[in-house]
Design a protein around this ligand. Structure first.
Ligand code: 4AD
Ligand code: MG
Length: 476
């Protein structure tokens, strides 16, 4: 089989070679020029059908969306913007596509419309670019950690613990919904459930990741995580992918350095390997920006934004500094924030965006959050009020990374667990790491879709995952 992919074909210098190309018709002009695409690039290969090669009935079946097998000779192209084209010696129709029923016409469709036909949107240039970049970032993630000697640890999807203690979990059960077995006090009797206890879809692989780090020193997880938070925003999904490295012998500084290096690496990898796709999305974004009023337009194009992040160190500030900056901001003084600002609050996305987009104009790492708004496993600082947490905030996205140095001291950890009503007895396995050779350690979680959003410039998270799960929306 000498099938060649369109991407390879477009860069070949070997004219006169016989090739087979297969793909889907984007357009068919003048009963003569087929633009064929196979998803390897946004650029189509032009197939030239000479007069008399195909009968009238076959020509009619070459419609937008139909799939073809083309055999022919590679020739230099006279058309602009393409080096070569294929002079067809045979065209076989693999699958017809009724042009009247096919929802994708060769014109611009809105992202909202395309979300409703997520099963077909892969065949558009925008989504072709997005999902090739998504693939690259996933591949680069494995490369980055593998090159550093990290072990890829597969953590479970079904768990019995709530890693974040936020109670935003999807239950996993085989009990009948309408009439579950009950205890005498009326509560559901999970002893009769599949696992003999209540279980959930994981919200994070961190706790299991910590167990791995206590043996392999450095591990990472990369898998789907699930949150039943009822947030209908452009940054939240109910099912999203998270990358969670966990490192023994790292303190919070080491943790921040690794996270920053990783983000830069991902961006550089995409620039080196997906230049064409980023350029396409950059153009798309520029057009989108033109629709906005002047004062709301982004100052930098996508490429410039990415290069800026690679070339400038992230700002590092404490939570206390962040609160002071917000309190002194013209935004606060003119009462432009919806949520109040004072020490102890959880930073809202409007606050995060002010810090990154208006104040620092670059990614910011915030450390030393109040212990009461963070999870039980974070290491208590000397002041007894704050923890060794670190969040990375990115322009246009907000929080992209959440991480911390972990509490490795058994007594302090148990005390935090009691204070926060975390079930200590059920988490004895986790405390074992602190009992048997505990070490300082740290880790973080990068929201993969938010990273893909950043690199592609897409404003809605639903557009960077193939099939989005959000409140009241689970198509397919
Ligand atoms: O800040 P989070 O909740 O941290 C953790 O889960 C830690 N266990 C990570 C760790 O230290 N190993 O989530 C981490 C990141 C966030 O910064 C955000 O990028 C992303 O996960 N995230 C979401 N992405 C999409 N949809 C949601 N609903 C998300 N919730 C969190
Ligand atoms: Mg967080």
């Amino acid at each position: 089989n000498n099938r060649i992919k369109v991407r390879d074909l477009l860069s070949t210098d070997e004219t006169e070679q016989e090739v087979i190309v297969m793909g889907w018709v984007r357009t068919f002009r003048n009963n003569q020029f087929i633009a064929l695409n196979d998803g390897s690039t946004n650029n189509n290969i032009q197939v030239v059908v000479e007069l008399g090669l195909l009968d009238e009935a076959t020509l009619k079946r070459i419609t937008t969306g139909a799939s073809l097998k083309v055999t022919g000779k590679v020739v230099a192209s006279l058309g602009k913007g393409q080096r070569v084209e294929v002079k067809a010696s045979s065209v076989e129709i693999l699958g017809d596509c009724d042009a009247d029923k096919f929802p994708l016409q060769p014109k611009k469709h809105s992202l909202e419309f395309l979300r409703e036909i997520a099963h077909l949107r892969f065949r558009t240039n925008t989504f072709g670019s997005i999902f090739r970049i998504r693939h690259s970032l996933a591949f680069a993630t494995h490369k980055f950690f593998n090159d550093k000697g990290f072990i890829y640890l597969h953590t479970p999807i079904i768990t019995a613990s709530d890693a974040e203690g936020a109670g935003e979990m999807f239950k996993v059960t085989t009990l009948p919904f309408d009439a579950p077995p009950r205890n005498e006090d009326g509560s559901i009797n999970y002893k009769e459930d599949f696992f003999g206890k209540g279980t959930n879809l994981t919200v994070s692989g961190q706790l299991e990741g910590e167990l791995g780090a206590m043996a392999f020193s450095e591990i990472y997880t990369f898998g789907p995580t699930f949150r039943a938070e009822n947030s209908n925003t452009t940054r939240h999904l109910a099912e999203f992918w998270m990358i969670e490295p966990e490192m023994a012998f790292y303190d919070i500084e080491d943790n921040m350095n690794l996270a920053e290096e990783f983000i830069r690496y991902l961006i550089q990898y995409a620039i080196d390997n997906n230049r064409e796709d980023i350029e396409f999305l950059d153009q798309r974004l520029t057009e989108e920006e033109k629709q906005k009023p002047q004062n709301e337009r982004s100052e930098l194009g996508l490429f410039e934004k990415l290069e800026f992040v690679i070339n400038n160190k992230f700002e590092r500030i404490t939570y206390t500094d962040a609160i002071d900056i917000l309190l002194e901001s013209p935004f606060y003084k003119k009462k432009k924030f919806k949520y109040d600002v004072k020490w102890g609050i959880d930073l809202q996305s409007e606050h995060e965006r002010y810090l990154v987009e208006k104040h620092f104009k670059k990614p910011v790492i915030v450390t030393g959050y109040p212990k009461d708004i963070k999870s039980f496993y974070m290491r208590l600082n000397e002041d007894g009020k704050t923890v060794a947490a670190m969040d990375i905030l990115a322009p246009g996205i907000g929080e992209i990374v959440g991480g911390s140095q972990r509490e490795e001291r058994l007594e302090k950890l148990e005390q935090r667990m009691r204070e926060m009503h975390v079930p200590i007895d059920e988490m004895s396995y986790y405390l074992d790491t602190r009992r048997f050779g505990t070490v300082p350690h740290a880790g973080f979680g990068l929201g993969f879709e938010r990273m893909v959003q950043f690199v592609t410039g897409m404003t809605n998270i639903r557009d960077v995952i193939p099939f989005a799960r959000t409140p009241k929306n689970c198509e397919f």
